[in-house]
Design a protein around this ligand. Structure first.
Ligand SMILES: [Zn+2]
Length: 105
């Protein structure tokens, strides 16, 4: 472990620190310079919710394709299952969107 000087407050910090413990200046990872200061953009929506939104969208598309295929081939069971999968996909998407909003704003 070595000590380096923080580019923001110039106090000594460990070169293993992600952020300066004194002023919070980001020391590692991607950072941009805005108005002469190092800033790091923090992802606001967790990947968990994004993954659930993706699952919901894929289920909606799969349900649409299933019900369309069932309708074209005259299979009523496929249409019903497709409509149910579409409803489930939309519900999962909506839940994930609301959960992301609830937890992250
Ligand atoms: Zn600092």
């Amino acid at each position: 472990m070595a000590l380096i000087n923080c580019p923001e407050c110039n106090r000594e910090v460990s070169d293993r620190d992600e952020d300066c413990p004194h002023c919070g200046c980001p020391l590692k990872g991607p950072a941009d310079i805005v108005a002469g200061r190092r800033v790091r953009t923090v992802e606001r929506t967790a990947k968990t919710y994004k993954a659930w939104m993706l699952v919901g969208c894929l289920a909606t598309l799969a349900g649409l394709a299933g019900s369309l295929g069932g309708g074209l081939s005259g299979k009523a069971d496929f249409v019903l299952i497709g409509v149910l999968v579409v409803a489930l996909g939309l519900a999962v998407s909506l839940w994930a969107r609301l959960a992301a909003w609830w937890h992250h704003g």
